[in-house]
Design a protein around this ligand. Structure first.
Ligand code: FES
Length: 593
C-alpha cells in the first residue's frame, strides 16, 4: 500500500494504481472521457488532468501512477481552467447538432460540458470532414468522433477482430477500417461492442425504428413483435432501474400499448432451438460413434456476430456449425408460415420485428438465406436501446405499467430459454434436454445448473458421462461428452484454432459473440454501474428458476407445434423453415464501394 494526499485528504491505495483509481477508491470524482475502466488506459483526451505538487505539468490521472507521498489537487483553479480549454478544443471540431443526435441526453461529451461548466464555445476553426458510413448494423459518423480510441481497443484487444484502427496522422487522423473502406466490406462481425463504448454519437446502431413505425401505420400489415431473453434483464436500465431488474411483464405491456398486433417471445424459439439442435447433436454423436461421418465438435449457431466471424476467419470449419438458424429467425419463419396460415393471412402481409440485445442481428436478417421465396423471416431488428426510445416516444409511463404477458401460440417458454441470454446458457439448456432424452433422468447437477460452465470466464469446460442410457441410445452408454463454452470472439479464436489444428477434444462447443453473452450485447443499454453484466446474468437465472417448466422439451406449445405442423424434429419441414447454411468469406468482402 502507498500513502498520498488528494485534496487534503490522506489516502491509502494499493501500489501500482493510477491517481484516478486511487481517487475513485475514496469517491473523489475526476472527470474523464477516453478512459475505460480496466480496459482502455489510453490518455488521449487529457480531460482527467490533475495538479501534482512538484510536477511541472498537469498530469493525466488515468495513466500517471499514484506514488508514495504524492500531493494531488483534482479541482484547483489551474486544473479547472485547463479542463475547460481542453473541452473547448474538442468541441471546436465537433458538430453542434446535439438536439438531433441519437445520443442527445445520453452522451458523455455532452454531460462533460455540463460537469465542467462550459457555457460557451470560444474556439473555432477548420472542422474534420464528415464521413457517414451506414452498414446494416452500425453507423459511423466520423465528424462526431473524439479519437478516444475506446472502439479501437474493444475491436482489437477484447474481440481481436481488428476491423477498425486509427488511420492517418495529426489533424487528418480518423478511426476507420483500413484504406477508408466501409465497415461492411471488412471482416467486422457487426457485434456492436464499439457502439457500447463510444462516448458520443460517432458509433451507433443503424436505425431500425423508421421501418417499424411505418409498418405500424400500414393497415395492410399484421405487425408481430418478439423479444430476446436478454432484453428483459436490461431494458429497465434505460428507465432508471438498477442493473439486473427484470421487466418482463412491463415490457410485454409496453409492446401491446405501442400497438403491435401480436407480442411473441423469442424464448419460445429458444426452446424450439434446443429440440432442433439437441436432435442434431445426438445425430452427429451417434454417427461418429458408429463409424459414420460427422463434424465434431458441433458449434452453436445462435449468435450472428459469431457466424459472420467464423465465415471470415475459419471458412474451412463451417461444417462444424449447427445448421439451426438463430432463434429469432426461426420464430420469424414460423410467423410467416404456421401462424400466417392459422390466422388466414399471406406471408407478405406479416411484418416481423425482433427486439434484440444485438446489432449483428440487423445484418443477419438481410442474409438471403434467412427467408422463404424472397420474403425475409424478419423484417426489422430493434436493439434494446431503440425499444426504450420507442416506448418513450409513445408517451408510455413504463415504470407504472401493469405486468402483462406474451401471446400464444408463440409466447410460452421454459426457464431453459431464458438462460439463452447468458454465456453457458445455451449449452446448459441443451444438456437439460439431451441428457433426459438419452437417460430418462434429469441432469445430475444441483438446481439443473451445470456449475462448471456458469460464470463469465472466457473459456469454460466440463464433461458428462452418460450412464443408464435408454435402449434407443444404448450406443451412447458410457460415453463421456466433453463440452466447452466461450463468449467474445477472442475466446472463440482459442477454441477454433484447436479445431482447425485437429486437436479439439470437445464434442459440443457454445460460442456467443459478445463477452458474457447477449446480456452484454452490442445493442444493450450502455452500463451505468459496476458489475452490470453479472447483475443481468443473475436476473436471467432468477427468471429461469422462477418458471414452472425449466426444460425445453416440457413446453406444451412446442409439442403441439410439432404435432400440428412441423412433424418430426430435424424433419423435412423443420429443415426448410428452421435450418440454414453458411457462406465462406474472405477478410474483405468483394463488395467495396
Ligand atoms: Fe484521462 Fe482521457 S480520461 S486522458
Amino acid at each position: 500500500m502507498i500513502h498520498l494526499t488528494i485534496n487534503g485528504k490522506a489516502i491509502e491505495a494499493p501500489d501500482g494504481v493510477t491517481i484516478l483509481e486511487a481517487a475513485r477508491l475514496y469517491n473523489i470524482g475526476i472527470p474523464s472521457l477516453c478512459h475505460l475502466k480496466d480496459i482502455h488506459p489510453y490518455g488521449s483526451c487529457r480531460i482527467c488532468v490533475v495538479e501534482v505538487e512538484g510536477m511541472k505539468n498537469l498530469a493525466a490521472s488515468c495513466i500517471v501512477k499514484a506514488k508514495e507521498g504524492m500531493v494531488v489537487h483534482t479541482h484547483s483553479s489551474k486544473v479547472r481552467a485547463a479542463r475547460k480549454v481542453l473541452y473547448e478544443l474538442l468541441l471546436s471540431d465537433h458538430p453542434k447538432d446535439c438536439l438531433n443526435c441519437t445520443r442527445n441526453q445520453n452522451c458523455e461529451l455532452q454531460e462533460l460540458g455540463y460537469t465542467l461548466g462550459v457555457t460557451e464555445s470560444r474556439l473555432s476553426g477548420e472542422m474534420s470532414p464528415a464521413k457517414v458510413d451506414v452498414s446494416p448494423s452500425i453507423t459511423r459518423d466520423t465528424s462526431k468522433c473524439v479519437l478516444c480510441r475506446r472502439c479501437v481497443t474493444v475491436c482489437n484487444r477484447i474481440q481481436e477482430v481488428g476491423a477498425i484502427g486509427a488511420q492517418n496522422r495529426g489533424f487528418a487522423t480518423v478511426v476507420s477500417p483500413a484504406m477508408g473502406l466501409p465497415l461492411d466490406s471488412t471482416a467486422c462481425a457487426m457485434c456492436g461492442q464499439c457502439t457500447v463504448v463510444c462516448p458520443t454519437g460517432a458509433l451507433t446502431e443503424t436505425d431500425g425504428l423508421s421501418k417499424v413505425w411505418a409498418a405500424l401505420e400500414n393497415p395492410v400489415k399484421r405487425v408481430v413483435v418478439q423479444v430476446a431473453p436478454a432484453v428483459r434483464a436490461a431494458l429497465g436500465e434505460e428507465f432508471g432501474l438498477p442493473a439486473g431488474t427484470l421487466v418482463t411483464g412491463k415490457m410485454a405491456s409496453a409492446l401491446h400499448e405501442i400497438g403491435f398486433d401480436d407480442v411473441f417471445d423469442t424464448d419460445f424459439a429458444a426452446d424450439l432451438t434446443i429440440i432442433e439442435e439437441g436432435t442434431e447433436l445426438l445425430g452427429r454423436l451417434s454417427a461418429a460413434l458408429t463409424g459414420g461421418e460427422a463434424a465434431l465438435p458441433m458449434l452453436t449457431s445462435c449468435s450472428p456476430g459469431w457466424i459472420k466471424h467464423i465465415e471470415h476467419k475459419y471458412p474451412a470449419q463451417l461444417g462444424h456449425l449447427s445448421s439451426c438458424k438463430s432463434p429469432h429467425t426461426m420464430l420469424g419463419a414460423l410467423v410467416k408460415s404456421f401462424y400466417a396460415e392459422k390466422i388466414g393471412r399471406k406471408p407478405e402481409e406479416m411484418f416481423v420485428v425482433s427486439v434484440m440485445p444485438c446489432t449483428a442481428k440487423k445484418y443477419e436478417i438481410q442474409r438471403p438465406e434467412m427467408g422463404q421465396n424472397g420474403i425475409p423471416d424478419v423484417d426489422a431488428v430493434l436493439t434494446t436501446r431503440e425499444l426504450a426510445r420507442m416506448i418513450k416516444a409513445s408517451g408510455i409511463d413504463f415504470l407504472n405499467l401493469p405486468e402483462g404477458g406474451f401471446d400464444r401460440p408463440l409466447g410460452l417458454s421454459t426457464g431453459a430459454a431464458d438462460i439463452f441470454g447468458v454465456t453457458g446458457g445455451v449449452m446448459e439448456a441443451a444438456l437439460r434436454t439431451v441428457y433426459e432424452l438419452v437417460t430418462g433422468r434429469e441432469l445430475p447437477f444441483d438446481g439443473l445448473h451445470v456449475t462448471p460452465i456458469v460464470g463469465l470466464e472466457q473459456v469454460k469446460t466440463a464433461s458428462l458421462t452418460i450412464e443408464g442410457a435408454l435402449p434407443d441410445f444404448a450406443h451412447l452408454e458410457g460415453v463421456t461428452v466433453r463440452i466447452a463454452v466461450t463468449s467474445g470472439l477472442a475466446g472463440a479464436d482459442i477454441l477454433m484454432d484447436q479445431i482447425a489444428a485437429g486437436k479439439s477434444p470437445y464434442h459440443f462447443v457454445e460460442v456467443m459473440g459478445c463477452p458474457g453473452g447477449c446480456i452484454n450485447g452490442g445493442g444493450q443499454p450502455r452500463p451505468k454501474e459496476e458489475g452490470c453484466r453479472e447483475k443481468r446474468a443473475a436476473a436471467l437465472y432468477r427468471e429461469d428458476e422462477g418458471k414452472p417448466m425449466r426444460k425445453s422439451h416440457e413446453n406444451p406449445d412446442i409439442t403441439a407445434l410439432y404435432e400440428e405442423y412441423l412433424g418430426a424434429a430435424n424433419g423435412h419441414l423443420a429443415h426448410e423453415l428452421l435450418h440454414t447454411h453458411y457462406v465462406p468469406r474472405g477478410l474483405y468482402n468483394q463488395l467495396v464501394r
